[in-house]
Ligand binder design. Structure first.
Ligand SMILES: Cc1cc2nc3c(=O)[nH]c(=O)nc-3n(C[C@H](O)[C@H](O)[C@H](O)COP(=O)(O)OP(=O)(O)OC[C@H]3O[C@@H](n4cnc5c(N)ncnc54)[C@H](O)[C@@H]3O)c2cc1C
Ligand code: FES
Length: 351
């Protein structure tokens, strides 16, 4: 984890007026290994500035020949507009190796129902998961509930229809549009709590114990879906969430960590030891970047795990730990973009 790779763009495919897919060539040797639902953090050079952004892979491992990310323009967004207008076949892009815990690895003997709720660019990891399940878990069923504004905003519309034609009853495809034209006969409006409850009641019934839910879209949508799923008594452990948007650490979140004081932290980076002074109002990552250290990071809000460090001694408290698995927490990893010193003897290393 944390290693950098460089991949060549093989193809750039326009999906909608505001979204493109970059298809990267798989290297002949040392192929990029990843799990369905994981993401890449691209390191771009935009007008002389180093910009790092994470993008979930829309390709599926062991199925698609290229490694693909699909990027939707965000108004005023630096990287998404650059990728949509400037990246071309033949370009080489530097990136961090695949990461992320929003994954579902297919098991050919499994028989389950995988229910995916997505909106807009949130389709990307869901696309990877749904292809993997359809192709590699012959006894499982996938249901996708996908929200967009209009029909022409639906990313992968043709591919999804092809999958529907190929897999029939094993793939339930439900669109929900907020601004459909008059001819639209499908679901209308946002994917909210009521839509979630309706859709769940509409879908074929499966054993609840073998049903998993994956959500990716705007945070508001995911909150509503969670509420809807709570209403139909889906246990929390069956709901998996990927958020694309970051929020700064709130004062409340910082206050919840108790008294923070200015503390010196030792960071091991590329075989060297660096002493970084972390003030109470800054994360360890911010303090390290202020000091000019070339630390790995992307979302800066505890979502992407790009800044994951192993805590070799001392204690780091986090305002957000959802990005790490229970195992990672037990093994002593911390996300330092939301990490603050809780002792005076901290030694950490990106890992
Ligand atoms: C784990 C992870 C996976 C991701 N996967 C994808 C993906 O597959 N496809 C994809 O298109 N994006 C994805 N993103 C979002 C992506 O990393 C960037 O945040 C996004 O492209 C905007 O970057 P930007 O440089 O264009 O915007 P910036 O210049 O960083 O921001 C411009 C403005 O847009 C707001 N903003 C930033 N991101 C969003 C957003 N997603 N929606 C609405 N407003 C936003 C910012 O708050 C800011 O006000 C993912 C993010 C994470 C953390
Ligand atoms: S930079 Fe994304 S989790 Fe820290």
């Amino acid at each position: 984890m944390g290693n950098t790779i460089s991949l060549k763009v093989k193809d750039v495919v326009r999906e909608t007026s505001d979204a493109v897919t970059l298809h990267f060539k798989q290297p002949l040797f040392r192929k990029v290994k990843y799990k369905p639902g994981q993401f890449l953090t691209l390191n771009l050079d935009i007008d002389g500035q180093k910009v790092s952004r994470s993008y979930s892979m829309s390709s599926a491992p062991n199925l698609d020949n290229t490694v693909a990310v699909t990027v939707k323009k965000v108004e005023g967004g630096v990287a998404s507009n650059y990728i949509n207008s400037k990246v071309k076949p033949g370009d080489t892009v530097s990136m961090m190796e695949p990461m992320g815990n929003f994954t579902l690895v297919p098991d050919k003997n499994s028989k389950r129902h995988v229910v995916l709720f997505g909106a807009g660019s949130g389709i990307t990891p869901l696309m990877s998961i749904l292809k993997s399940i359809l192709f590699f878990e012959p006894a499982s069923t996938v249901s996708l509930v996908y929200g967009n504004r209009r029909v022409d905003n639906i990313i992968f519309k043709e591919k999804l229809q092809e999958l529907k034609n190929k897999f029939g009853n094993r793939f339930n495809l439900v669109y929900c549009l907020t601004q459909p034209d008059r001819s639209w006969s499908g679901l209308k409006g946002r994917i909210d709590e009521a839509v979630t409850v309706n859709v769940i009641n509409m879908l074929p019934k499966f054993d609840e114990a073998s049903t998993e839910y994956y959500l990716c879209g705007p945070d508001g949508m995911m909150e509503s879906v969670k509420e809807g799923l709570k209403k139909v008594k889906v246990p929390k452990e069956r709901i998996h969430i990927e958020s694309f948007t970051s929020s700064n650490e709130s004062e409340e979140a910082l206050a919840s960590l108790g008294d923070l004081t200015t503390t010196e932290v030792t960071i091991l980076l590329d075989g060297e030891q660096h002493k970084v002074t972390v003030p109470p109002d800054k994360s360890i990552l911010d303090a390290a970047l202020d000091q000019g250290l070339d630390m790995p990071f992307s979302c800066q809000s505890g979502l992407c795990t790009a800044c994951r460090c192993r805590v070799k001694s001392g204690e780091v408290k986090m305002t957000e730990s959802d990005g790490l698995t229970e195992d990672e927490l037990k093994q002593g990893y911390a996300l330092i973009c939301v990490g603050h010193p809780a002792s005076n003897d901290i030694v950490i290393e990106p890992s």
